[in-house]
Design a protein around this ligand. Structure first.
Ligand code: HEC
Ligand code: HEC
Length: 312
């Protein structure tokens, strides 16, 4: 279908009432209720290739640059190339679900994917437990965190706890939402366009995305898809309405996480903005409008979380 009515009316609604930024977006906050010992263990595991079958890659191998990598497709164990772009591991906690098609409901369940996938870490529960039980360092860290021997279940808990610490605070936009700084003229124009064209009907809330599933091609279907429908939400739900539907990606730090889209086939942020406007709101943007929106999106870059720095 060329035209998705539900999305169209949603966009018209947003345009009509001209919502202001403070009711659509919220600043990120310091993560709360983190169990420090558990997160410290999780950090150690995140950076350690010990979890991969051949001891050659860690989570950080594919989630390094602002929590993503700058490749269209990541490289897994034995140099195997993946089939979908690696999203960032920053600002995950409030997401509706995980993976591009949302097939994991929790951060712990998500971990089965990379750990077991033959083209990612190709590991197994037994192998991970055996390796960690044979490591003096991990025996001690699990003991501090859980008062127990290393186990697979607690490995998942620890990494998930660590992931909750990865929040990119104090972007210019968040400071603006808190009333601390003004946007410059071009950024403000970009924000106004982002709202008035209806980008914010999908990219809204705490993370300007991450909170709903939507079609790529909501208004104008792109021609070139269809060999890759295995990666969409349809592949998971089998509901025909879910063809070409993905979790709306967060736009936080988006200037830092090229290439774009699940396919990783768009290198420039300007191209991604232009394509989104065309396919998802049915608007052909002028060059200066693309520039304003890009300037606004750049205000979404926050600080790299302290806990993401290797040496600490
Ligand atoms: C070989 C590269 C690779 C490795 C290693 C890897 N990932 Fe990923 N990660 C990906 C790709 C690609 C996706 C997207 C897969 C999909 O959506 O189908 C992803 C998705 C994710 C997501 C979902 C993000 C979201 O927005 O839904 C999280 C969380 C994540 N990975 C965490 C981890 C952790 C923790 C580890 C280590 C245990 C890890 N990854 C190891 C490539 C990798
Ligand atoms: C109908 C919902 C919807 C609307 C409206 C929408 N988007 Fe998106 N946006 C998405 C989805 C879904 C994706 C992921 C598509 C994919 O990867 O195949 C996405 C991806 C993006 C990306 C790439 C992010 C990344 O990390 O790969 C950018 C940038 C973006 N949108 C900006 C915009 C802008 C700017 C507008 C307004 C002109 C807009 N979007 C309107 C749903 C929407």
């Amino acid at each position: 279908m060329l035209f998705n009515k539900k999305v169209f009316f949603c966009i018209v609604f947003i345009m009509a009432i001209n919502l202001n930024a403070k009711s659509l977006f919220f600043p990120l906050e310091e993560p709360k209720n983190i169990n420090k010992e558990v997160a410290t263990l999780g950090k150690e595991l995140f950076f350690d290739p010990i979890l991969s079958k051949n001891n050659d890659i860690s989570c950080f191998s594919c989630h390094s640059n602002y929590g993503a990598d700058n490749k269209s497709f990541s490289i897994g164990t034995n140099n195997k190339i993946g089939k979908i772009n690696s999203p960032s591991v920053f600002n995950l906690e409030k997401n509706i679900a995980y993976f591009w098609n949302g097939r994991a409901e929790t951060l712990e369940k998500q971990l089965h994917g990379p750990l077991f996938d033959p083209s990612e870490m190709a590991s197994s529960k037994e192998l991970i437990e055996e390796r960690l039980k044979n490591s003096q360092k991990y025996k001690e860290l699990f003991n501090v965190a859980f008062k127990s021997e290393p186990s697979f279940a607690n490995t998942l808990k620890a990494i998930a706890e660590y992931e909750k610490t990865l929040v990119t605070l104090n972007s210019k936009f968040d400071k603006h939402l808190r009333g601390e700084v003004a946007l410059n003229e071009s950024e403000q124009k970009g924000l106004n366009l982002f709202i008035s064209y209806g980008c914010a009907s999908c990219h809204n809330g705490l993370n300007l995305g991450g909170n709903s599933f939507q079609k790529f091609g909501a208004v104008i279907t792109p021609d070139e898809f269809d060999n890759e429908i295995w990666a969409d939400r349809f592949a998971f739900t089998n509901d025909i309405e879910d063809k070409e539907v993905y979790k709306v990606p967060s736009l936080r730090n988006v200037e830092k996480t090229a290439p774009y889209f699940h396919s990783g086939n768009v290198v420039l942020l300007k191209t991604a903005i232009y394509m989104m406007a065309y396919h998802n709101v049915g608007v052909i943007l002028k060059e200066d409008e693309v520039q304003y929106i890009e300037d606004f999106l750049k205000t979404l870059t926050g600080e790299i979380p302290e806990t993401f720095k290797k040496e600490q």
